[in-house]
Design a protein around this ligand. Sequence first.
Ligand SMILES: C[S@@+](CC[C@H](N)C(=O)[O-])C[C@H]1O[C@@H](n2cnc3c(N)ncnc32)[C@H](O)[C@@H]1O
Length: 365
Amino acid sequence: MAHDEIIDRYSALARAADAVAELRHGETVLDLGSGGGIDVLLSARRVGPSGTVFGLDASPAMVELAQRNAEQAGASNVRFLHGTIEAIPLPGHTVDVVISNCVINLSDDKAAVPAEAFRVLRPGGRFGVSDVVTARALDEQARQRAGQRIGCAAGSLTVQEYRDLLAAAGFVRIAVTLTADHGDGVHSAIVHAVKPAIGPGLEIRPMRESDAAEVLAVYQAGLDTGQASFETTAPSWEGFSASRLPHLRYVAVDAGSGEVLGWVAATAVSSRPVYAGVVEHSIYVHPGCQAHGIGRALLSAFVAAAEDAGVWTIQSGVFPENAASLSLHQALGFRVVGTRERVGRHHGVWRDVLLIERRSAVSGT
Ligand SMILES: C[S@@+](CC[C@H](N)C(=O)[O-])C[C@H]1O[C@@H](n2cnc3c(N)ncnc32)[C@H](O)[C@@H]1O
């Protein structure tokens, strides 16, 4: 069967693949659990000869079948890999788009899948998969009934579990769109997410415990400029960690050395339910690494992650003399609420603080 005949046979799938991934010429694509390879062949046509599409499958028989289909179709820009989606046999930062159809719900280690997808994606790379999800946790009977009606339902995650796993891996702009309703709260869904964008050789990822010393060193270097905060000494890691929300902490790192070059984190402003969507953030970029767009990339990622997490207002305080921080925040939608005049003493000098805030247009509307 010729390439175009195979594509035509799967025209419905072709429409789905287009809708899910919006592939562009020249991109590198990875299909998780590629089966017979139809989505790989469809994607290969979309990315053209300058692009590459990898299909990954744990079944050697499926890899062979997909290879035969690719040969029949005359597709030269595809490669089929034998391996698992929990340990993807590709180096980091090599893929522009991860796609998948009806596979992730089958995984025994669901947290590993988004973590691996995040690793292999380049900054700014996209995750666009179709899968089966549940609107709420299913009891065993409902799960079995759903499993008899539709494949891919046996290990399906709830929408919230899917979102949480993607966020924990470091993805932002997470959207789960329900498509078909299969009853019992089981739905087909298209899941989109993005790995935070940042300049070449850099990466933004969630902050880890093992980053502690470097995060605090960047913090101290920022405090030493005298323009970042009234504080003069960075806290202990325990103090830092206890006061920050666990889920909204990111670092910008050198992708080669892993060195932490900047970080952003947030605290809750109040325990009152009415302020549940209001956080106060701090962002620090090592003074030796400014003007590389790291602050802008970190803050953009943080805003997107905060909105994903349901935050509607991000607030902070900035010294009026810190023009770079002020203009960065204003460029990303923060406004100056007012000036707290001579509100605190810093190295013996009374200083003003500008209160800034960003009200989301998409969260808490
Ligand atoms: C339901 S089929 C979907 C195939 C293809 N995506 C499609 O839409 O036609 C699931 C595929 O995922 C593969 N698979 C299941 N678990 C996997 C894993 N952990 N790692 C890699 N492949 C896996 C299976 O071998 C099978 O080919």
